[in-house]
Every structure is written in structure tokens, then in C-alpha cells.
Design a protein around this ligand. Structure first.
Ligand code: HEM
Length: 247
């Protein structure tokens, strides 16, 4: 990758770079994850969201079991779930939403500048002020979510459902995340595939005793502070089945 990185700086000819990478044998996945490429804005956020999903599955095994039961009912044991199964997997859809909410990857949004004087909730905000929208604040607000620290996908399945986190975890307006639909689908297919193939089992219970404030890093992108777990295969001949699915 270094050889390619030194040839192409940021913002250089992406198509040419892809062709060169393919020519020297990088897989599609390596190209997707290549640094100094156009995707880094979505890379860390998606990665940390997936880590939060794994963390949630460790801490809330009943949710994991319920999602696996739904996947098994729809896809069976001989094939992995695919996007075609999406309409038949409402609980998994809710698990994906709850993953986005439970630990939003960008907890305090990105800084923006107010373009004119404004008043919000009685506070005067002069033109030119740096403004941050607190996504974390939404996720833990009991006005929107019951037991907000609990990972509970059912909140989106009851009538009326609680607030869809896609309303705020991807930002707002003109600069809203352009990768939001892709991100949702990436997290969904990863959750579907991993839960079909493996039981995710925590190897230490230190995470369970932590409060929200200590459980997540709250960096530029927020991720779980500890993630010790084992992926235990759920299927006979899993290696061959995975090879078939990715061939
Ligand atoms: C779960 C995954 C993701 C989350 C939580 C997320 C969240 C965000 C947030 C909060 C912003 C700032 C929006 C604002 O300024 O108000 C943003 C911007 C952006 N995201 Fe994402 N994102 C994710 C995945 C992706 C993916 C997969 C891509 C691309 C493939 C992507 C590309 C971008 C780009 C290019 C921007 C900058 C947009 C601009 O400034 O005009 N993101 N994202």
C-alpha cells in the first residue's frame, strides 16, 4: 500500500489509483479501506459503529439470541442472509437502528458556524459562532427514549415507535452525511452475517459494570473502551459456507 500511497496524494485521480491497486493485486476490501482515499470520513464512523454493535451483543445477550432466532427462521442454516431478506427481518432492522443510537459514532456532531444572528431556547447566538449539535444528548434524553442507556431494539417496533436515530446521528441539512444510507446497510449486513455465523461471547464482565461515561471513548469518533470477546461458530462446516457466500 505504501508504494501506491506515495504515488497518489489526497484528492488525486481515484479511478487511476483503483486501477493501479487492482493491477498490483489489492482486493476490493483493501482498496475500500485504503488510506488517503475518498472514504476515510465514513471509515472510522462505520468501524466504531460496528464495534458498538459487538459491545451491545456482549452486554445484551437476550437481544443477540432474539436476532439470531429471526435470522435462522428466515435464512436457515445453509445460506447466509442477504439484502433480499431485509423486509423479513424487522428485529434486525431495529437492532441496526439501536446500534446507531446507543453509542452514536459522532457524539457531538461536527462544528458548524452560524451564518446569521439567531436565538435558540432563549440563548442569543451571534453570527459566526461555532455551533455543535449534541447527538449524545438526544440519545440519552428520556423525553425521546425510555431507559436510554439500555440497548432495546423493541423501542422502534412498538406503536408509536421511539425517535428514529437517523434523524440526528448523521448530522443535518446541507452538510448531512452523504454516506448515511450506505452506512446503515453496511452495519445491517455485517450484523446479519456475523449473527448468522457466530455467537458473540464476552470474555470479561468489566464492561457490564461500567456506566455509559466509562463504557465509551467519546473521542472524535466514539467507540467502546473495551471489547474482549470470542466469536464462537454456530454452524457445522462454517468455513466452507463462508467461502461459498463470499466467492
Ligand atoms: C455509521 C456510520 C456513519 C456516521 C454515524 C456518520 C456521521 C456523519 C456525521 C455526523 C457527519 C457530519 C455532518 C454534519 O456536518 O452535520 C458526517 C459527514 C460526512 N460523512 Fe458520514 N457517517 C457515517 C458513515 C459514512 C460513510 C459510509 C461515508 C462514505 C462512504 C460517509 C461520508 C461522509 C462525508 C464525505 C461527510 C462530510 C460531508 C460534508 O461535510 O459535506 N459517512 N458523517
Amino acid at each position: 500500500m505504501q508504494e501506491i500511497d506515495s504515488k497518489y496524494g489526497e484528492g488525486q485521480d481515484v479511478q487511476q489509483r483503483c486501477d493501479d491497486e487492482k493491477a498490483i493485486g489489492y482486493s476490493g476490501l483493501q482498496i475500500f479501506f485504503g488510506k488517503s482515499f475518498i472514504l476515510p470520513p465514513g471509515l472510522e464512523t462505520t468501524e466504531s459503529t460496528i464495534q458498538s454493535f459487538i459491545c451491545a451483543m456482549i452486554l445484551f445477550p437476550a437481544v443477540q439470541k432474539k436476532a439470531q432466532a429471526e435470522i435462522d427462521r428466515v435464512a436457515g442454516s445453509s445460506r447466509m442472509p442477504t439484502f433480499q431478506d431485509q423486509p423479513d427481518l424487522p428485529f434486525l432492522h431495529a437492532v441496526t437502528l439501536e446500534t446507531l443510537r446507543w453509542n452514536p459514532a459522532v457524539t457531538s456532531g461536527l462544528p458548524h458556524v452560524s451564518r446569521k444572528d439567531d436565538v435558540y431556547d432563549g440563548y442569543f447566538i451571534p453570527k459566526g459562532t461555532t455551533v455543535l449539535a449534541n447527538a449524545w444528548g438526544f440519545t440519552r434524553n428520556s423525553r425521546y427514549y425510555t431507559n436510554p442507556s439500555t440497548f432495546d431494539p423493541e423501542r422502534y417496533l412498538k406503536q408509536p415507535p421511539e425517535l428514529d436515530p437517523r434523524e440526528f446521528v448523521f448530522g443535518y441539512g446541507r452538510r448531512i452525511c452523504p454516506g448515511k444510507d450506505l452506512a446503515f446497510q453496511e452495519v445491517w449486513i455485517l450484523a446479519a452475517s456475523v449473527l448468522w455465523a457466530f455467537d458473540i461471547v464476552g470474555v470479561e464482565d468489566e464492561l457490564a459494570s461500567l456506566a455509559d461515561e466509562d463504557r465509551f471513548s467519546f473521542g472524535m469518533t466514539s467507540r467502546p473502551t473495551s471489547l474482549n470477546c470470542r466469536f464462537v461458530p454456530r454452524r457445522e462446516g462454517l468455513k466452507d459456507k463462508l467461502a461459498d457466500a463470499t466467492a
